[in-house]
Design a binder for this molecule. Structure first.
Ligand code: NCD
Length: 314
């Protein structure tokens, strides 16, 4: 007699958060629904769970909000020491390091210089891996929090006109936002704004085309400011050097220009911002300016929701 019972198949569960195009729509919906109530809520839902932050490059908001998120839900966090103080200095391989981190922790959050780092780690890891920004490629949790903010403020993720402004070529935040919408909310229109040298790379433009998203590019904000629901400002990504940018005119959202926005429109920025360049302090008081308010707060709520979705047994 066969006493082995068939193991019930678990519902397909989102394992990792690496590329916005690979996210399950049900996962995104569940994250948004959890985030609505999570805000600054503190509870013990992730008691006994821990997160490891692995960073090869700078972060303020992303790292802090992930650590605050797990702490406020009763869990703990640690960080991989920098290469000089970790076993990397003794020649430990990347593969072994990831296995070690996954043995001690329940989720690994990676900010890398190398675009392939998070996906390679996910292949090796026994616990979920979250891409917290991989070079100039993607920043999926930023895209999720941005989309959540738009949904909260405008009540919809359909039929919107969104201007992505500035360094679209090297900015993983605007790249990810465009890809997330194209995959999951394609009934919107995007317009890229800035000097031609910084227009969106062909991989994203081709994907938008495939997904039948309307996309155009203009050089100046004045051309579109009165027509958009969202103006998504970005900073010049100096840490990913590129030749041929000397003297390019970088778009700035002056107070005069911002006053041309529709009253319901949103001014967003993933931050950090260059206050002498794209985002002057003079616009902070406008009702449309939400980068230091709702958008910033959404970072905590959405990251709490992502951690719960990945770590809680359902
Ligand atoms: C963004 C990033 O790191 O890509 N910042 C962030 O995570 N909030 C945007 C940027 O650095 O320009």
């Amino acid at each position: 007699m066969n006493i082995m019972q068939p193991v019930p198949k678990a519902a397909a569960k989102q394992q990792h958060v690496i590329d916005v195009r690979d996210l399950d729509k049900k996962f995104i919906d569940a994250v948004f629904s959890r985030a609505e109530t999570l805000g600054h809520m503190r509870n013990d839902s992730l008691k006994g769970k821990s997160l490891c932050w692995v960073a090869e490059s700078a972060s303020t908001r992303t790292g802090m909000s992930f650590k605050a998120a797990i702490t406020q839900l009763g869990g703990a966090h640690d960080s991989l020491p920098d290469p000089e103080h970790s076993s990397e200095s003794k020649g430990e391989s990347f593969e072994d390091t990831i296995r070690v981190v996954g043995t001690y922790h329940d989720v690994i959050v990676i900010r890398s210089k190398d675009a392939a780092f998070p996906s390679n780690a996910a292949k090796l890891s026994s616990v979920p891996v979250i891409n917290a920004g991989n070079g100039p490629d993607q920043h999926p949790t930023q895209a999720l929090l941005d989309a959540f903010t738009v949904k909260q403020k405008l009540g919809t993720l359909e039929g919107l006109k969104i201007a992505l402004v500035g360094d679209l070529s090297r900015g993983r935040a605007p790249r990810s936002l465009a890809l997330l919408f194209a995959k999951h909310y394609p009934n919107n229109e995007f317009v890229g704004v800035g000097p031609e040298e910084l227009w969106m790379d062909t991989d994203v433009v081709e994907y938008l085309k495939e997904q039948k998203v309307r996309y155009s590019e203009v050089k100046r904000l004045t051309d579109v400011i009165g027509e958009v629901d969202v103006v998504y400002m970005t900073r010049l990504q100096k840490e990913h050097p590129r030749k041929g940018l000397f003297g390019v005119e970088y778009p700035q959202l002056t107070l005069e220009l911002a006053k041309k926005l529709d009253r319901h429109a949103l001014i967003m920025h993933p931050l950090p911002a260059n206050r002498e360049r794209e985002l002057p302090y003079s616009i902070d008081g406008l009702p449309q300016a939400i980068y230091l308010k709702d958008q910033l707060r959404a970072g905590l709520a959405v990251r709490k929701a992502i951690l719960q979705e990945l770590l809680l047994d359902k």
